[in-house]
Ligand binder design. Structure first.
Ligand SMILES: Cc1ncc(COP(=O)(O)O)c(C=O)c1O
Length: 398
């Protein structure tokens, strides 16, 4: 019987050192490896950009958690995106992407990929629009982020995978927001899964790193070639740290998701009072993607990310983000500590206002990355900040 997720998280890619018996792998800092004769390495390593023991262990562990055959680690999630696009979308090709992807992915598509003559069509509804947007002969791949960032919209990966097969396209899924504990896109028909490891997989806000996971031998060879040729690889130390973080992924994501559901319910309770305009959380029964969530996420969990619109516009949103005690005002997500930000001013500021608003990223939208602190403390923190941030507004209009 295949080991369950928690067992894989602890053991995959990790085995005691055969020389010393060390239970935890040493960090292998050497950049180069002795050869027995010219071009005859002693072991499996030659030069650390090409391959490194800590990176190999981390890659094997992530692949095992994503139910994939091959993991390839990169120096950031953004470098992963760049390499995957370079590998799979040759100059002149066309990509279909979800509209509310991570701001940096949108920036790469619109500002960097242009120099490779890559064309991108964005849509808020991939399942509905793929067949219309496909350009026969030039469309190569579909890029999905689900839940989307920051509005937590859900895309049905299995339905998109079916359309991708029908049109002979590759499907890439950015699985950063849920992590492999809650969603495994390869099992739903995706060809490539990418992550910003910086987020839930490492989970401690102290490593910038990315990873891609694939099953296909040809895709693996293509990505491995560019991983070495471009050289955007993580250090041995970062690989070791991220592997350590990954071993507790299931515990952290479970705790964060439980806290997030409580906070989302508490915020939804505030909608009738008018202090909260809208709550986006895939764990709520009212979420429009709830039926897909139940099929696609482990136990129908909503994950650790929430966004909501606060009454009182940008001023109330700003006041809220500085009134919380345990939610730190900072970009990024997926760490053990709770973070808060305003996408329109921070992570998604680079996207033109009209494009932002089209996908629901209004100035009053607040994004929460819920950590693993005590749930009561977090709920109380959110409610007291809401009172403080909307108090004046309600006095003014009252
Ligand atoms: C969903 C998603 N994908 C990719 C990235 C890029 O990752 P990195 O910051 O590690 O380059 C991010 C970063 O915030 C992200 O949120």
């Amino acid at each position: 019987m295949a080991p369950a997720f928690a067992t894989r998280a602890v053991h995959a890619g990790a085995s005691p050192d055969p020389v010393t018996g060390a239970v935890i792998s040493p960090i292998s800092l050497s950049t180069t490896y002795k050869q027995a004769a010219p071009a005859v390495p002693i072991g499996s390593y030659e030069y650390s950009r090409s391959s490194n023991p800590n990176r190999v262990e981390f890659e094997a562990a992530v692949a095992a958690l994503e139910n994939g055959r091959y993991g390839l680690a990169f120096s950031s999630g953004s470098a992963t995106t760049a390499v995957v696009l370079q590998a799979l979308a040759p100059p002149g090709s066309h990509v279909i992407s979800g509209a509310d992807v991570y701001g940096g992915t949108h920036r790469y598509f619109t500002k960097v990929a242009q120099s490779h003559a890559l064309q991108v069509s964005f849509t808020t509804n991939l399942v509905r629009d793929i067949s219309t947007l496909v350009r026969p002969g030039s469309t190569r791949l579909i890029w999905v982020e689900t839940p989307s960032n920051p509005t937590l919209a859900i895309t049905d990966i299995a339905a998109v995978a079916q359309l991708a097969r029908q049109h002979d396209l590759l499907l890439v899924v950015d699985n950063t927001f849920l992590s492999p504990y809650l969603q495994t896109p390869l099992a739903l028909g995706a060809d490539v899964v990418v992550h910003s490891v910086t987020k839930f997989i490492n989970g401690h806000s102290d490593v910038v790193m990315g990873v891609a996971v694939v099953n296909d031998d040809g895709l693996h060879a293509n990505l491995a070639f560019l991983q070495n040729a471009i050289g955007a690889v993580p250090s041995a130390f970062d690989s070791w740290l991220a592997h350590r973080g990954l071993k507790t992924l299931h515990l952290r994501v479970r705790a964060a998701s439980e806290n997030a559901l409580r906070i989302a319910l508490a915020l939804a309770d505030q909608v009738p009072s008018g202090k909260v305009l809208q709550v986006n959380y895939p764990g709520l029964k009212s979420h429009p993607g709830r039926e897909v969530v139940k099929l696609q996420h482990r136990n129908g969990s909503g994950g650790g990310m929430i966004s909501f619109r606060i009454a009182g516009g940008i001023n109330a949103a700003s006041a809220f983000t500085t009134a919380t005690r345990y939610f730190t005002l900072a970009e990024s997500l997926g760490g053990i500590e709770s973070l808060i930000e305003i996408p329109a001013l921070m992570t998604h500021a680079g996207i033109h206002e009209a494009d932002r608003q089209k996908v629901g990223v209004y100035d009053d939208l607040i994004r929460l990355s819920v950590g693993i602190e005590d749930g009561d403390d977090l709920v109380n923190d959110i409610l007291q900040a809401l009172d403080r941030a909307t108090g004046d507004h309600f006095l003014e209009i009252g």
